[in-house]
Design a protein around this ligand. Structure first.
Ligand SMILES: *Cc1c(COP(=O)(O)O)cnc(C)c1O
Length: 321
């Protein structure tokens, strides 16, 4: 079980994050719902990208990078957290963001301004073009640089959520079901692989908030992460359960997602976001309605953060109807 410890990582967050029961939600759903507070992961405004960056930026440091490039949508939580982490580590972050999504200087963009982060908004929807632009900019700078893919979702970043599954086991927790958002895939892939290793018998549910071919993406990330760990496991799409919660589109709030954000806020005093965690929690509510959870079951919801993006939306975007 020490495969994971052989891969270098930095300490960027405050781990373990708490796990606690949601008493009011549990009563409403006639089951036992727990929440893993990765929104309290201790860097920036918290969130799931901290665990991935602990592995990715360890590699960047080892390679002697002085500049770290990453990308995402204009309100990317991942990009903002990469800038926060790079600054702390004495590296310069350069963010190449897609112009799609909210582009006003609110939310994560305001936080990037606060950190003095260099950001460029690009009028392309092609990550291939964006990665090529990173190489052009890096060469022009003449400094050693490191590229992090969208969402930090490559096999190395995925190890962050394998480590999260191990952390849950070390916290003495076991669950019949775990539910998370799936945006670029690394979180679900890491949890699904980690559950196989450390929490056998747990069904892992990925609530898709974008419209990419996640069945292949998740499996490839799981296989890549298993390979990094030197494990030969038989992995299949059946290791995770995917459900489409995208609604009107990535980054666009949905009525179900907004209702879930409101329910969590009213019942538990915990704030979800409409882009990721609200839609993911709407997926958990749908499973409960369909009778997927028994009264004795323990169900874990991963709160993967997203507070930065919450403040980028007009208040009217968050009403349920
Ligand atoms: C990026 C992100 C996700 C999705 O995680 P992936 O590993 O990209 O699938 C979920 N929630 C929040 C708040 C995020 O920023």
């Amino acid at each position: 079980m020490s495969h994971l410890d052989r891969i270098p990582k930095l300490s960027l967050g405050l781990f373990p994050t708490p796990v606690h029961r949601l008493d009011n939600i549990s009563r409403l759903l006639h089951t036992n719902v727990y929440i893993k507070r990765d929104d309290l992961s201790g860097l920036g405004l918290g969130g799931n990208k901290v665990r991935k960056l602990e592995y990715l930026l360890a590699e960047a440091k080892r390679q002697g990078a002085q500049v770290v490039f990453t990308t995402g949508g204009a309100q990317s939580n991942h990009a903002m957290l990469t800038a926060a982490a790079a600054g702390k580590l004495g590296m310069k972050a350069i963010l190449l963001l897609k112009r799609r999504g909210v582009t006003e200087d609110l939310g994560n963009r305001m936080l990037e301004r606060l950190m003095g982060t260099e950001t460029h908004l690009l009028d392309t929807d092609s990550y291939e073009e964006i990665y090529a632009e990173m190489d052009r900019m890096g060469a022009a700078l003449g400094l050693p640089y490191y590229k992090i893919p969208c969402g930090g979702s490559n096999p190395l970043g995925t190890l962050g959520y394998v480590a999260c599954a191990r952390e849950l086991r070390e916290q003495g927790q076991s669950f019949q079901h775990m539910v998370c958002a799936e945006g670029s895939g690394g979180t679900l892939a890491g949890l699904a692989l980690g559950a196989k290793l450390y929490l056998p018998g747990t069904q892992v549910h990925g609530m898709m908030v974008d419209s990419d071919p996640f069945e292949q993406i998740s499996l490839a990330l799981m296989q890549g992460a298993a390979e990094l760990l030197g494990l030969s496991l038989t992995l299949s799409p059946a290791d995770s359960h995917l459900r489409d919660l995208c609604g009107p589109g990535y980054g666009i709030p949905s009525p179900e997602g907004n209702a879930a954000v409101a329910l969590m806020a009213e019942q538990e005093g915990i704030f979800l976001d409409p882009v990721y965690t609200g839609k993911a929690f709407a997926g958990l509510l749908a499973l409960a309605r369909e009778g997927a959870f028994g009264p004795e079951d323990r169900v874990l919801f991963l709160h993967s953060g997203g507070a930065g993006g919450l403040f980028a939306l007009p208040p009217t975007a968050l009403t349920a109807e």
